[in-house]
Every structure is written in C-alpha cells, then in structure tokens.
Design a binder for this molecule. Structure first.
Ligand SMILES: [Mg+2]
Length: 283
C-alpha cells in the first residue's frame, strides 16, 4: 500500500476556494483506507486550525491528517536541544508547536531565533532578533519559501524574512520545512510508510518535488499552481508524473502504475549488484 503526502496551497485550494476534485480524491483515499497527510510549509496555523479550514471547505478530514513545518521545526529543536528557549517571529501555529515540544518563548537570551510566516512582525522585532543572533542565538527558519500564494497574488514568505536576517547578520538560516529531509522523514514516520511506498503530490518543483526526488519518493506535479509545463526545462530533476489537477488522480490506478514502475527498475540481485566482488576474490 502507498501512503500520500499532499501539499495544500494550489493543490487542494486557492485561499478559500476548493480546487474541484480535491474533495473527491481525499474521499477515495479515506474509503480505501489509504494513509495520507497534508503537508504545508505554512507555519501560521496549528494543525487543528488547518483541519477546521479544510472541513469548512467541505473536506472530511481530522487534525491528525495535517502536518505543518511549524510541527517539524519544533520537533527538530526538541531533538537538538531539549527544553530550550526561542525568540519567535511568527504566529500561533509556531508558538503552539514549540510549547507542545517543551520550548519556552522568551524575549531575552534565547537559544534560537525562530522565523515563520506572519503578517504581524515589526522592524523592531527584526532588530531584536538581529541582536540575539549576533549574541550567539542560532537562526532557524520554518521554511525558505520566498512568497505565499494569496487569492489576489502573493505576500512575502518566511524565506523573505529569513533573508533579511541573513543579510543583516551574515549568518545563514537553517531551514526545516520542505524540501528538507527532516520534515519529509518526520511526516513519513507519522504516515507509517517507507520512502518507496510514499507518493508526494505538490505544485512546486523546488519544495514538494525536489524533496520527494531526493528521498526516493514517487512524485506527482500538479499544474494548478505556479509551475507550468515549460518550466520543467529549467530543472535537472523531473517528477514521476505530471497532471493538470488533482482531479485527474485515482488512488487505485496510481497504486497499480507505481507498483509496475518499481518492478521495472528493480536492481539485479546476487553478484551483479557488487562491482567489487571479483576484485575481492583475487586479492
Ligand atoms: Mg503548494
């Protein structure tokens, strides 16, 4: 059985508008008992907020189906430095995830400066963060997306704010969101599937598809987002499958298609797999 990691922005919805067919696809996954997680690089909302938003769009999902870069970031920090402190430029989703993972939010001498999505930061907060980074706090970005799609266009993303702090401090931010293997591996653990049995669906080459390709997942690009078919020429990697929209996808057909593809590329077994076997015998 395959499990699914599904991006949301421009795959499931645009703002508050559901992409036709997305609800039908999710319904089919649920009916077939296929595990899936919505994966988002937006750290603004908690998983419950996101699930409520999806429910209001008419989707039959629970908060357990949502995995955000805020959750991945908080888990990463809890692993790196349990019980640490953070100064946060971000909103509720990020604060809640940090608290759930044993972190205290402070405005003095933090272990980390953590940057997420938001519309509420001030220049003064950025200046405070800069002072902390210069004083030794580590700079963490929940993701490096340059902008976030909105109903009317785009607004500056977490990557834009991180770039401001990077330029001012001369220190690169460490990012945990897509395409980071940390977030994808953490999500797969939650999903309970191995990489070769995981399919990622997304609209962005540099995050969803790149992350999937690097970890050996099956990748599906939907063209409902900012990527156009001709843009693929600019990339050295390709998705396994390209569709106009999630409406074209059928879980049963995909399972069959990807299982067949795996059978074709299976490596030869025994001595052929070890190019040094002959040499070893001679010496
Ligand atoms: Mg997207």
């Amino acid at each position: 059985m395959f499990g699914y990691l599904i991006d949301m922005d421009a795959v499931i919805y645009y703002g508050s508008r559901l992409i036709p067919g997305a609800d039908r696809f999710i319904q089919e996954l649920r009916a077939a008992g296929v595990p899936f997680l919505f994966l988002t690089n937006n750290s603004q909302r908690t998983r419950r907020d996101v699930a409520t938003r999806l429910q209001r769009l008419g989707m039959d999902v629970e908060e357990e189906h949502v995995f955000t870069c805020a959750m991945a970031t908080a888990r990463f920090l809890a692993q790196q430095r349990p019980g640490g402190t953070a100064y946060v430029i971000g909103e509720g989703g990020l604060m809640t995830a940090l608290h759930h993972n044993g972190y205290a939010i402070v405005d003095k001498d933090p272990d980390y400066v953590v940057v997420g999505e938001g519309r509420t930061f001030t220049f003064e907060m950025v200046e405070t963060a800069l002072g902390m980074i210069r004083g030794g706090a580590k700079l963490i970005a929940t993701n490096l997306d340059p902008n976030c799609p909105t109903q009317t266009g785009a607004r500056p993303g977490c990557g834009a704010l991180a770039a401001m702090l990077e330029t001012a401090s001369g220190i690169k931010a460490f990012s945990v969101g897509k395409p980071s293997p940390f977030m994808l591996c953490d999500a797969m653990r939650e999903l309970g599937t191995a990489a070769e049995h995981t399919i990622i669906i997304g609209d962005t080459m540099g995050t969803d598809i790149l992350g999937g390709v690097q970890l050996g997942l099956k990748t599906i690009l939907v063209l409902t987002g900012s990527t156009r078919r001709q843009d693929l020429e600019r990339h050295a990697y390709r998705p396994d499958k390209i569709v106009e929209s999630i409406a074209e996808l059928d879980p049963a057909a995909l399972a069959e298609e990807f299982a067949a593809a795996r059978a074709v590329v299976r490596l030869p077994s025994s001595a052929h797999a070890d190019p040094f076997a002959a040499e070893t015998r001679v010496s």
